[in-house]
Design a protein around this ligand. Structure first.
Ligand SMILES: [Zn+2]
Length: 185
């Protein structure tokens, strides 16, 4: 992935040595092209030993059952994003318990995926009719015979059999850190 023009002012980018790495930078303003990245978030909501899954209505992954999730926005915390995505895709209100897995995909657009374990609060599963066309809580036995996406299958295994309690949000860090949302073991 590359860029030829400044995303802020449109000037042609030039290579600049940044701590030993040549990066494309704008000669007129402070813009530096660091690369192309995206961050995905996903939820593992378990209720009465059953896990919340939605069926994808469109490609990529049309027809596959996955855990609900989405991509983060510039100024939205990952916690707010996953709460919103779960409610939008499945109608379920849930709250974050911790981070249970991370997937790193270094490729054209470097993707980092953060998987949350969430506690069911309220609601009956219903698809949004856009991204998902079915939604529900399913037991491990039921999941066996469903067309579950491989990555979701892996996450379900982690959620049920993970030995650590995952990363918990630190709401009262010993050193106040403005604007940082901290998670700890
Ligand atoms: Zn510029």
């Amino acid at each position: 992935m590359s860029a030829n023009f400044c995303l802020k002012c449109g000037t042609g980018l030039e290579f600049r040595d940044m701590d030993g790495t040549m990066r494309k930078a704008c000669p007129r303003c402070d813009f530096i092209f660091w690369g192309d990245y995206s961050v995905g978030v996903g939820a593992l909501v378990i209720k009465d030993e059953k896990i919340l899954l939605v069926k994808r209505a469109h490609n990529p992954g049309k027809g596959y059952w996955t855990n609900p999730g989405g991509y983060i926005e510039q100024l939205e915390s990952i916690e707010d994003t996953i709460i919103r995505e779960v409610e939008e895709e499945s109608g379920i209100k849930a709250k974050v318990k911790g981070i249970v897995a991370i997937r790193d995909l270094p490729r054209n657009i470097h993707n980092l995926y953060v998987a949350f374990e969430m506690e069911y609060l309220d609601g009956v599963p219903r698809p949004d009719g856009v991204e998902s066309d079915e939604a529900g809580f399913y037991s491990l036995e039921e999941i066996e015979s469903m067309n579950v996406a491989p990555f979701t299958r892996w996450l379900i295994q982690v959620a049920y059999h993970g030995e650590s309690k995952g990363l918990m949000k630190d709401n009262d860090p010993v050193v106040p850190m403005h604007d940082s949302i901290l998670f700890k073991v």
